[in-house]
Design a protein around this ligand. Structure first.
Ligand code: ATP
Ligand code: MG
Ligand code: FE
Length: 342
């Protein structure tokens, strides 16, 4: 089985060819970061234009690198949400066109299902499984009782963790996306600021990062006003320590009520070295820890190989789209009934 997969939900245009959901034959990723950097974030109109310019080249490269022809393909898969509507539409249109022209089944994929299944390249999934999905737009704990069955049991009440990294990076003078540089800086300082850890005492699995972000920004602005220079590494360490306490703390709590065979960490922020190390260390203290699956760095950020892995499972379950498939910018997993009301 060969799946041609498309991803264009945000600022990466990506096309991949994946064999049997396990082997990446190609995974072309064209990033637009340089075009968005000067605006401090992703500009939707600019993103759409880039996707239009890049998608044909990426598709040709993905097919050539995989060494396959359209006649070899089993199906075409595409991210149809969540994300920027104009950006999603470019991938959806490309996928529909190729599926129609070559009489191939079309598989619609949720972007966050893709992030989750990026971890299936590390080891086959064994259910039940818990996924901590951390990215530019999401911070979720997702329980999977079986394949392709996603239930949100914890969610952010405000900002996503990646978004918080990008915003505090901005006040440190770090260009978008700030996650990686802040992570590196955080390894060079001390937690001297003791920023708040929101909702840690509450008996739910939800997250909140806006208070932490505001505390950070207020601290920096106040110092500027009084002419004080703060240590940037200490600021980054203090921020990251708070983030890790929250992410790891809530995940450990989720594991108590939802015992699982495997714990997945996925999404752009799963690239965070502090998070990877800390989660591993905390799991090692448990009597019967789940197996920890974290995608390799290249598969943490947006890419089409993760969409191909999810599509392989979706295809087996009979999930199909047709030419009426539309982008769904606010597509979401079902909320578990256990989730506390916001
Ligand atoms: P979503 O997946 O929610 O739709 P997105 O696709 O824009 O959002 P991703 O591409 O999955 O997000 O992740 C990008 C985010 O990951 C950015 O906010 C970036 O700063 C963050 N990030 C990348 N590397 C690191 C790191 N090492 N530490 C923390 N954050 C990181
Ligand atoms: Mg991105
Ligand atoms: Fe993403």
């Amino acid at each position: 089985e060969l799946i041609l997969a498309f991803e264009s939900s945000c600022d990466e245009t990506s096309v991949a060819v994946v064999e049997n959901g396990t082997k990446i034959l190609s995974n072309i990723i064209a990033t637009q970061i340089n075009s968005h950097k000067r605006f401090g974030g992703v500009v939707p109109e600019v993103a759409s234009r880039h996707h239009v310019q890049q998608i044909t080249r990426c598709t040709e490269e993905a097919m050539t690198e995989a060494g396959v022809t359209y006649a070899d393909l089993t199906a075409v898969a595409v991210t149809y949400g969540p994300g920027l509507v104009g950006a999603l539409l470019i991938g959806v249109t490309a996928a529909k066109t190729i599926a129609f022209a070559h009489h191939l089944p079309l598989i619609p994929v949720n972007h966050m299902a893709g992030h989750t299944y990026a971890a299936s390249y590390v080891a086959p999934f064994h259910f039940p499984l818990l996924a901590l999905l951390v990215s530019g737009g999401h911070t979720e704990l997702v329980y999977m009782a079986s394949a392709y069955d996603f239930q949100i049991i914890g969610d952010t009440r405000d900002d996503a963790v990646g978004e918080a990294y990008d915003k505090i990076g901005r006040v440190l003078g770090i260009p978008y996306p700030a996650g990686k540089p802040v992570d590196e800086l955080a390894h060079q300082g001390q937690d001297t600021f003791h920023f708040p850890r929101a909702m840690m005492e509450e008996h739910n699995l939800d997250f909140s990062f806006s208070g932490l972000k505001s505390a950070f920004i207020n601290t920096v602005h106040h110092a500027e006003q009084v002419g004080e220079t703060l240590n940037k590494a200490d600021l980054a360490t203090s921020f990251q320590d708070a983030v890790l306490d929250i992410l790891v703390g809530k995940t450990l709590r989720a594991l108590q009520t939802h015992p699982v065979h495997q714990l997945v960490i996925a999404g752009g922020v799963a690239a965070n070295q502090g998070l990877r190390t800390r989660m591993q260390a905390e799991l090692a203290k448990l009597a019967d820890p789940p197996q920890l699956l974290i995608p390799p760095l290249r598969l943490c950020g947006d890419n089409a190989a993760m969409i191909g892995a999810a599509a392989h499972v979706a295809y087996a379950q009979g999930i199909r789209g047709d030419l009426t498939l539309n982008a769904d910018p606010s597509l979401s997993f079902p909320l578990s009934k256990e989730t506390s009301p916001v």
